[in-house]
Design a protein around this ligand. Sequence first.
Ligand SMILES: CC(C)(COP(=O)(O)OP(=O)(O)OC[C@H]1O[C@@H](n2cnc3c(N)ncnc32)[C@H](O)[C@@H]1OP(=O)(O)O)[C@@H](O)C(=O)NCCC(=O)NCCS
Length: 183
Amino acid sequence: MSFTRIESERLILRRFEERDLGPFLAYRNDPEVARYQSWESCGEEEAVEFICGMRASQPGMPGEWFQFAVGSKQTGDLIGDCGLRTEEDGRQAEIGFTLAREHQDKGYASEAVSRLVDYAFDDLSFHRLVAITDQENEPSFGLLERLGFRREGSFAQNAWFKGGWTDEYLYAILRSEWLERRK
Ligand SMILES: CC(C)(COP(=O)(O)OP(=O)(O)OC[C@H]1O[C@@H](n2cnc3c(N)ncnc32)[C@H](O)[C@@H]1OP(=O)(O)O)[C@@H](O)C(=O)NCCC(=O)NCCS
């Protein structure tokens, strides 16, 4: 079934829309937000292409990322995004998440990612989710630990990242573990 939207108490996870261009460009070009991300900045043409691409895509396509726009229920405005890259086996996925700086530290990322995980296990019937984070990115692995993800790996200088070697953690959670926590 085609993805439309997911709601939580304060947020809506929905498809990207044309009106998201301004806020999307603003946080994608914020050096603090980009610090531990694979991207550095984003031009207007690239952002338009990204939004068009996401409008035509579906979550759960093997080998592909799907980014969910995270909007405020109160204003409808884009505050960030979270994503799901489905493995080739169609049963496992990697997740990612980003919030504009002014919307951080309010519990929005935990709320959005929690609904994303519900969706991945309930609607897409995934078996396991993973997330990879820089070992210096405490807000990122703090969020994963709050949601019950388990640190499964600590990798020394395993990625060449923005001009230097970086250390990463691998986090994971199984569907059975998520369902148990939700009881
Ligand atoms: C990673 C990222 C999404 C985490 O965002 P965040 O806002 O810190 O995460 P949460 O939504 O879980 O918010 C948690 C904080 O909000 C606080 N908070 C305030 N009001 C809250 C509420 N109503 N409910 C829950 N938490 C609340 C919590 O106490 C917590 O603060 P603390 O860590 O000082 O205890 C954010 O730092 C980010 O976008 N970073 C840049 C992109 C990035 O690096 N992404 C990860 C790549 S792997």
